[in-house]
Design a binder for this molecule. Sequence first.
Ligand SMILES: [Zn+2]
Length: 51
Amino acid sequence: MTETELDPKFVAVCASCDTMAVSEETADGSIRPLAVPEDCTCGDGDFRRLV
Ligand SMILES: [Zn+2]
């Protein structure tokens, strides 16, 4: 079995429009999308992590 390396990137969804975006967790624990998808019209809304 190969142990999966810790990958800081994960999928998060916009709290406002539920658009998914690949995101990363910053050193202070907040979630930041790597690129805000076009479908997310609210731009820099809050993102929450999808498990
Ligand atoms: Zn959005």
